[in-house]
Design a protein around this ligand. Structure first.
Ligand SMILES: NC(=O)c1ccc[n+]([C@@H]2O[C@H](COP(=O)([O-])OP(=O)(O)OC[C@H]3O[C@@H](n4cnc5c(N)ncnc54)[C@H](O)[C@@H]3O)[C@@H](O)[C@H]2O)c1
Ligand SMILES: N[C@H](C(=O)O)[C@H](O)COP(=O)(O)O
Length: 331
């Protein structure tokens, strides 16, 4: 089997993206790794952090050597303005978006086998006038994918979301039978093909407190969720629930399931992050490409201090390598 080529974006350059890339690439990985970003950002940050990185600017993506610990191979992309660690600068937002376009398109074109994304700052990207709610939606648009699913995985659990980055006030209306069906089918399919679950068992959260308390605390379970889950069961999906989300995250339920399906971002992710912050991976399902990411944000307060953990990035790179190898085996 040939080693996969994994692209790693630079993330928000004023955040901890460069720090964790430099830290993580001190480790060994069984892959060819290409960082897409500005070489100057990485050499400056390596100097500030005292990391002995060998920065190598690439002029071609052909005949890449396997990753060597401590070496950072960079496919250069020009920054807007000089970076000050910890201070956002909208002039560098187009650079961040460009690294996503290059890597996403590179995966679609077969130049890269997967893309791993350190964190970006959604707010500063939106200041360019382009609405950016997340990598998940960015890659969905780039790949023209009808439905994507955000899934985070730690040692303890996998949590997928029906809705991604939506204001809370819009969530109930977004949970339609159609959305629930396409998300559940995409999750079922990817749990089988990408994660080796022969008959995936999915634990489904209700939307309302106590899963609606028989309609007294909200009707979405009765009107939408229960009938849709029954329809999906008749297609052969194994779905448990809807269960009240406050008590679903306990061992007796989790150990019988391959994944939790939460209705919205802050219903599922706080539990996962509480149990495994810094060591979990964010995986976008439903794309024609492989994309993984970290479980944390830009942590502007830690950029350039040496205090940021690179644990989640290492897990994200390992997962991307495993998924790329599995994809190669299935051809
Ligand atoms: N994958 C991504 O691109 C991604 C993921 C989450 C959040 N974000 C974005 O990041 C920005 C900042 O978000 P936030 O402040 O809510 O969350 P954050 O994760 O940046 O910070 C939350 C807290 O966790 C700490 N922290 C974060 N990462 C850490 C690490 N690797 N090691 C040690 N401590 C760490 C920070 O110091 C802070 O105290 C927002 O724009 C958000 O949208 C991006
Ligand atoms: N929802 C993610 C989290 O909380 O970790 C984060 O916002 C990143 O999302 P994207 O992968 O879509 O950027």
């Amino acid at each position: 089997m040939t080693q996969p080529t994994i692209a790693i974006t630079s993330g928000e350059p004023a955040g901890i993206g460069p720090d964790i890339v430099l830290g993580a690439l001190q480790a060994s990985f069984d892959a060819k790794l290409v960082v897409v970003g500005d070489p100057g950002v990485f050499s400056e940050r390596a100097k500030a952090l005292g990391i002995p990185a060998q920065i190598r600017t690439l002029s071609s993506l052909e005949a890449l050597p396997p990753h060597q610990p401590g070496t950072v191979q960079i496919w250069p992309t020009a920054l807007g303005e000089t970076v000050q660690a910890g201070t956002l600068n909208v002039a560098n937002a187009p650079y961040v978006l460009e690294t996503l376009r290059i890597t996403g398109q590179g995966c679609l074109d077969g130049v890269f086998d997967a893309v791993v994304t350190p964190p970006v700052h959604k707010g500063v990207l939106c200041e360019t006038g382009e609405h950016f709610s997340g990598h998940t939606e960015f890659f969905q648009h780039l790949c023209n994918s009808p439905q994507v699913v955000m899934m985070l995985a730690s040692q303890a659990m996998r949590v997928a979301l029906v809705t991604t980055h939506l204001p809370l006030k819009d969530i109930a209306a977004a949970i339609t039978p159609e959305t629930l069906k396409t998300v559940a089918r995409a999750l079922h399919q990817d749990l089988k093909t990408r994660f080796g679950c022969d008959q995936p068992r999915i634990l489904v959260c209700g939307l309302n407190p106590h899963a609606g308390e028989d309609g007294h605390l909200g009707r979405e379970e009765i009107d939408v969720i229960i009938p849709t889950l029954n329809e999906l069961r008749s297609e052969g999906l194994t779905l448990i629930g809807p269960l009240p989300a406050d008590t679903l995250f306990q061992q007796k339920y989790l150990e019988e399931a391959d994944c939790v399906l939460a209705m919205y971002h802050d219903q599922g992710l706080p539990v996962l992050k509480y149990s495994g912050f810094g060591n979990a991976v964010n995986i976008t399902l439903g794309l024609p490409i492989i994309r993984t990411s970290v479980d944390h944000g830009t942590a502007l307060d830690l950029a350039g201090t040496g205090k940021a953990s690179d644990g989640s990035l290492k897990v994200a790179i390992e997962n991307a390598i495993t998924m790329a190898n599995n994809a190669q085996k299935s051809i």
